[in-house]
Design a protein around this ligand. Structure first.
Ligand SMILES: [Mg+2]
Length: 378
């Protein structure tokens, strides 16, 4: 089998309402923006992948990589990993392209990717992952609605100027939802996006104090409490607090994760196969984490294709406990998140996301919608 051609579309799927991500303070998202890549083969099988985009910053990536892909065997994932890794030398994050190879391999063999990698779970417990900073009263309303939908867990964002304001949100939600609902908290301290609005940079002591308070509120994990490369700080923090720490969505490749695991920076690492490493490296990282007694719960907040790709990794490893289900109405809703798919992902009656049974990534990309909202860039 050979890859014969590649196409790419820069898409902007409009959101029903503006979305204000806590990780990019001061600038709302009006669209779900992504670069979609479609690899074609001589056997008529297409593979899809997508990278989160902002404007046109990724337009040249598929063209740059096309020369390495054409006429080559899509099953040689390890060989392509070397290509995607070398793209970093010219400042390009190309890991998302690896996902398209797995989509082809799965379709060619008639199996979902997670089964080819050694399946472990057919479904994963979902947590509703909110994305905005919202005042306690409004967040309580959201939390009750999320519980009503059947979610057993949800993640809150905290990034207010003071710790008291952060804790007020979590306290109010814990009071409202009761003790059974699992709560996670994300401080997004590894996302230093400057230039639009101020946000607090946590000191080690603020992270420590916040973690102790969140432990009293029975929060399951505190995500990104410090900067992404503050390995020493993260390691000390994790050793000092009773609550789980988590992070890693902005770290990359097996080398960053080797450090995060060996130094015990987090109790739970969160690579994203489209941002950090690809699916096969995700499986390798899961093995390193498994040996250290560390969980791996992938980051998924990009788009429907990215969600599908990370879900395949979740199903293929034995140390994943929760599936991030991005959900923040009225702006970030499943219909907009998965707008490029023929149908959006949902949870089952017990609050789990089921692994798709179809081969490859198990999704159907709707090329009419892609063309309607996308500019062809390759
Ligand atoms: Mg996060």
């Amino acid at each position: 089998m050979k890859i014969t051609d590649a196409e790419a579309y820069l898409c902007h799927f409009p959101l029903p309402e503006p979305f204000y991500p806590s990780w990019i303070p001061g600038i709302p998202s009006m669209n779900n923006s992504l670069l979609l890549v479609r690899l074609m083969t001589d056997e008529g099988i297409d593979g899809y992948a997508a990278a989160v985009a902002f404007l046109g910053e990724l337009k040249g990536v598929p063209e740059l990589l096309k020369v390495f892909l054409i006429e080559r065997d899509p099953f040689k994932v390890e060989d392509f990993i070397k290509v995607f890794r070398s793209a970093r030398a010219v400042g390009v994050r190309a890991w998302f392209m690896e996902v398209a190879l797995w989509d082809i391999i799965g379709k060619a063999t008639g199996q979902p990717v997670y089964r080819l990698l050694g399946a472990c779970s057919d479904r994963i417990k979902a947590y509703a992952s909110t994305g905005e900073l919202r005042e306690p009263a409004r967040r309580v309303e959201d939390a009750l609605a999320i519980k009503e939908l059947g979610f057993k867990a949800m993640k809150l964002r905290i990034r207010y100027p003071t710790m008291e304001e952060d804790l007020a949100v979590v306290e109010a939600v814990r009071d409202a939802v009761g003790p059974e609902m699992e709560l996670m908290v994300d401080a997004n301290q590894a996302w230093p996006i400057h230039g639009f609005a101020d946000y607090p940079t946590w000191t080690f002591k603020r992270a420590l104090q916040t973690a102790m308070e969140l432990a009293d509120l029975d929060v399951y994990w505190l995500e990104e409490p410090l900067a992404m490369y503050d390995y020493d700080g993260l390691s000390s923090l994790t050793a000092s607090v009773p609550i789980n720490t988590s992070g890693g969505e902005m770290n990359a490749d097996i080398y960053d994760f080797r450090e995060l695991i060996n130094r015990r920076c987090y109790d739970i690492i969160q690579p994203d196969v489209t941002l950090s490493c690809g699916i096969l490296n995700g499986k390798k990282i899961a093995g390193m984490a498994e040996a250290a007694g560390i969980q791996l719960n992938p980051h998924t907040w990009t788009n429907g294709i990215g969600f599908a790709a990370n879900l395949q990794l979740m199903g293929a490893i034995n140390n994943c406990t929760h599936c991030e289900f991005p959900y923040e109405p009225p702006g970030w809703v499943p219909g907009a998140r998965d707008a490029m798919l023929s149908e959006p992902f949902d949870i089952d009656d017990e609050g789990y996301v089921r692994l798709p049974e179809r081969p490859g990534l198990g999704i159907e990309v709707d090329m009419e919608k892609v063309k309607a909202h996308g500019e062809k860039v390759l």
